[in-house]
Design a binder for this molecule. Sequence first.
Ligand code: G6P
Length: 478
Amino acid sequence: MTRSTTRQFVIVANRLPVRQVPNEDGTMSWETSPGGLVSALAPAMASESADMCWVGWAGVDAEGIEQPFISDGIKLVPVPLTPEEIEAHYDGMSNGTLWPLFHDKIGPVEFHRTWFDGYLRANRRFADAVAEQAEQGATVWVHDYQLMLVPQLLRAARPDLRIGFFLHIPFPPGELFMQLPWRHRLAEGVLGADLIGFQTPYGAANFKRLATRLELAALDGSHHLKVGDRLAHVDSFPIGIDVARSEALARSPEVGEASRDLRAHLGRPQTIILGVDRLDYTKGIDMRLRAFKELLAEGRLDANQVTMVQVAEPSRDKVDAYVTMRARIEHLVSEINGDFGRVGFPVIHYIHQTQDFETIMALYRAADVMLVTPFRDGMNLVAKEYVASRFDDDGVLILSEFAGAAHQLSEAVIVNPHDIDGLKNAIVLAIEMPEADKRRRMSAMRASVTANDVNQWTRQFLKALSDEVQHDSAASPT
Ligand code: G6P
């Protein structure tokens, strides 16, 4: 590869910002990839696009796209994965083992050697692609739990690179992580980075404790680990959203009209309660539906006055626990509509489809109460997007104390999503909240979301990475 095609800055994440999806006629088309990682990172990267590239999987097997291409001004480098690798690396090790374990074992965790082997092969494939794309001395930013081995693999192949790693999901306490048969390999993999970032101080503290407990590193001050003869910086960098883009869209006439249409179509004078999630067992969708059902049954909510809209975007539908959760949610939705709806007036509007951002914004604008009640979540950007959309300071956010976002949005109505009575009381409190109280809370949350947006997050992480490498080379004997 000639020098002119390599890049000074390389992002590597399991997914590219766009993915291939099959059309009804058997052809394929591109759409924005799902999830918080892409929705946060892609807009922030668009402004840095000149000397960067993004390495990731295109969401299809190796038969799909293999050549680098430009999308929205960014060079995208697809990493081909075979169907067997997708099964072992993505469905298996990433989403059958690491995802539930890192979310406090909320879903069933399985440990399979073949999955780890596939994960290692896929991580090698990603590291090789980065090594090929990165210019001498380039900065590489590795993202998330699907690629925990990449920092070390890269350091071995390309010691000239400065490597940052950011985990978008929670990092669990040692008691859970220690169950992994490959605990040393995974922790060592991450320790290959110069800067290791987490969403919250808890994640950073859990990782530091773990690395010392496994005797892979020693603490050196409060934010550094000594790994062999070099230092790795470990810290928290809570991710934000693109506030300017969200707010501009929320204020646009199109979104305004769409949100008025939505309210008109929903029919009656009422309160709209909204949930927007990937359909995932960590999100607490089933629990919030149960709370809503009990409130209707007890007459504390009136089906003629209140409507719930639940968007549950399809996700990971080859993993059993997701199939089971979908069935549970859809059973609850039909029970609630059967018991409390009327012809033409369902009490829950349930959408199991991917929605574009404009539609989601119109829903945020229409909603009086937003329910974000995960059992555990790295950050939860939906909570921040809702806040950014409320430019009139109206609306109430109900937020789980176990979402990373709760650290910054303490003026939300904070709930324990496992406590169904607490959840019910929070919903009633939110609906009945006096206007002045709503505005005070929303305005404080908007200030916090705006001050900590995604551009600030990117700048902070990349500055810490560049400081770290300078600090480390100054500290090392030459
Ligand atoms: C979360 C993870 C991301 C992941 C996204 C969507 O936000 O942190 O790494 O990409 O979910 O999940 P999927 O499995 O579809 O990539």
